[in-house]
Design a protein around this ligand. Structure first.
Ligand SMILES: [Zn+2]
Length: 285
């Protein structure tokens, strides 16, 4: 082969290589909340565990809050290690199953809208409710139960467990649980407001038969009302067994960001083959 031919062969090969390399970016979808954020099975090393590390949100976060979140993740990881059976951040499965969880309800505004969306997509979720609000919104809870959702304990007044005594926490949890029991809910699943308890409190909860369930993926809907950012926080970090933190009440704008992000999140996850479950469906008591 002549040197000139050799050279042109090399150039063709080079161009071909560059084109193949860039094919995926040329065909990527333009919608910012499309599936490009989902990186499946990156967490396969903690399939079947209940203590996946809490993922770091991919959006811009104010420095102080970023530091606080890092500290929280470290503390939560320690509790997961100390109490693998009773302090959980993850569902023990390697299948594409995830739990959407909504905190701080019930109310008669945002919770209703969230229930409408879940009903439209026909998927179950878990609601961690504040005990003192139950009586005022009983019909909302009954509707959620009828639609296959799980209702669980988020304390009576949304206290920060690490700022109160063990007995104060236990009385908050037990008061709420009694209310839930009146409505036929037996599972003792407690989500600590702000995500942490002390080891002493965990021992007391454990002795009473409770499991504390936090999350592995934070939608950050308590921090941003931007639906694109909320969807990004979920879709870029989701993995088989994810427990996803969202809110269905409170907040300055009636959870408009969450309500707008939810259909984006659900449809992207459905397209990716994820199945939605309640906490109870995958955690034994
Ligand atoms: Zn809360």
């Amino acid at each position: 082969m002549k040197p000139a031919h050799k050279m042109s062969m090399l150039i063709y090969l080079f161009i071909y290589f560059i084109l193949v390399q860039n094919m995926s970016s040329l065909t990527a979808r333009s919608n910012p909340v499309e599936l490009i954020y989902i990186k499946s099975s990156k967490q396969s090393n903690w399939a079947y565990t209940t203590s996946a590390p809490i993922t770091e949100p991919p959006i811009h976060i104010d420095g102080n809050i970023r530091t606080r979140l890092r500290n929280f993740r470290n503390e939560a990881a320690k509790l997961c290690q100390l109490y693998p059976e009773t302090f959980l951040s993850n569902l023990p499965t390697e299948k594409k199953k995830i739990a959407l969880t909504f905190d701080d309800g019930p109310d008669s505004r945002s919770t209703i809208k969230i229930l409408d969306i879940l009903e439209y997509y026909n998927i179950p979720a878990t609601f961690f409710v504040i005990g003192q609000n139950i009586d005022r919104h009983r019909e909302v809870i009954y509707r959620a139960i009828k639609n296959g959702h799980q209702i669980a304990n988020h304390s009576w007044t949304h206290i920060r467990p690490t700022s109160v005594s063990t007995s104060e926490l236990i009385s908050e949890v037990e008061k709420t649980q009694a209310k839930l029991q009146e409505m036929g809910i037996a599972a003792k699943i407690f989500r600590p407001p702000y995500g942490l308890v002390t080891p002493q409190q965990m021992e007391a909860l454990k002795a009473l038969g409770y499991k504390a369930v936090i999350w592995s993926v934070d939608s950050m809907d308590w921090y941003t009302s931007n639906p694109q950012e909320i969807a990004q926080c979920v879709l870029s970090n989701v993995h088989p067994g994810s427990i996803i933190l969202m809110h269905c009440a409170g907040g300055p704008d009636n959870r408009s960001g969450t309500i707008e992000a939810l259909p984006l999140i659900i449809s992207a996850l459905k397209r990716e083959g994820y199945e939605f479950v309640t906490i109870q469906q995958l955690i034994n008591y």
